[in-house]
Design a protein around this ligand. Structure first.
Ligand code: SF4
Length: 320
């Protein structure tokens, strides 16, 4: 990957939270939410991040946006350490879309005021120009500019998420971090919001880091997919490769749970036994081994590295 094309890069990124016990708050260990993640995101691409709840996807997103300080490792945005960016500059260039538009929008503020707020905070344009920009942005996301005077409760779930997207877009950012942006929406509305994100990307050359626990959603929107398990990336490949022939047994299990709209093809779900282990006490060796049906002896003692499998991508598994 050409360095010039890379908009976002993480190198060995880790975020550990100290665990304490007793009144004296004696350190008893650490919770490894993100544990050595190296990723590159090209300009204009969508990198999907998929994994079960609690695998560290959202913590990774918060580190990328500079909202969390990494315990170790680096996050570079446009070749510069994220922590070195002025907060205002960083916010202009990177924005986030949250899962639940109902709680991410202030119920006491009108949609127009909320979408225009970032422009006001950043001192961009006079009042009339800001109002015009808000109307233009609402139009871009498929909302009627006339609705700027309405409150969030007067909108449907899909319309509220469109308003949240408008607020993220109004500063014309380069990177959008989308954290489960369609999980709270009905299935029919999901497709509309995903198509809207697709259109906006094509029109403005946006780059997305798209987080979801749902591989079918990730497959719809992503160019490449990184599969996370217990704070680590276990497989990374182009979206079509992941769907055609997943390599890692965990990816295989996630994929087998995606419903297939074909009555001729019987679903054969790969059942995962047990829960996701605690990130404060990850199993030794391969962290997936207690749930893996293909585990070898070496898997119980030695963690596999994330290795290149030719053109296919990267996988962290002793089978390859
Ligand atoms: Fe399963 Fe071993 Fe591969 Fe881990 S390294 S996914 S335990 S086969």
């Amino acid at each position: 990957m050409d360095r010039q094309d890379v908009l976002l890069e993480t190198t060995d990124l880790a975020r550990h939270y100290p665990l304490t016990r007793g009144l004296l708050r004696i350190r008893s260990g650490s919770l490894r939410a993100v544990d050595g993640v190296s990723l590159k995101v090209r300009r204009g691409e969508t990198l999907g991040l998929v994994g079960e709840s609690g695998c560290g996807k959202s913590t990774l997103a918060r580190c990328v946006l500079g909202l969390e300080r990494p315990t170790s490792g680096r996050v570079l945005f446009k070749g510069r350490e994220v922590g070195e960016w002025e907060r205002k500059d960083r916010c202009r260039r990177m924005q986030m879309i949250f899962q639940d538009p109902y709680s991410s929008l202030n119920p006491r503020k009108k949609i127009g005021a909320m979408v225009g707020e970032p422009l006001r905070i950043h001192g961009l344009g006079a009042r009339r120009e800001r109002r015009a920009k808000v109307a233009e942005t609402l139009g871009l996301v498929g909302l009627d500019p006339e609705h700027a005077g309405r409150y969030p409760h007067e909108f449907s779930g899909g319309q509220r998420q469109r308003a949240a997207i408008a607020r993220a877009l109004v500063l014309e950012p380069e990177l959008l971090v989308c954290d489960e942006p369609v999980s709270a929406l009905d299935v029919s509305v999901r497709a509309q919001v995903l198509n809207l994100l697709d259109d906006l990307q094509e029109r403005f050359g946006l780059t997305y880091l798209f987080i979801s626990h749902d591989l079918s959603v990730i497959g719809h929107i992503s160019d490449r997919v990184a599969v996370m398990y217990l704070g680590r990336v276990v497989e990374l490949a182009r979206s079509e490769e992941i769907f055609k022939a997943p390599l890692h047994p965990y990816t295989e299990a996630l994929l087998s749970a995606v419903p297939v709209p074909d009555p001729e093809r019987a679903a054969r779900p790969v059942r995962l036994t047990g829960d996701l282990p605690s990130p404060s006490a990850p199993p030794p060796g391969c962290p997936f081994h207690p749930r893996c049906k293909k585990a070898l002896d070496v898997c119980r003692t030695t963690p596999p590295e994330l290795k290149s499998v030719g053109e296919r991508g990267l996988v962290s598994c002793w089978l390859y």
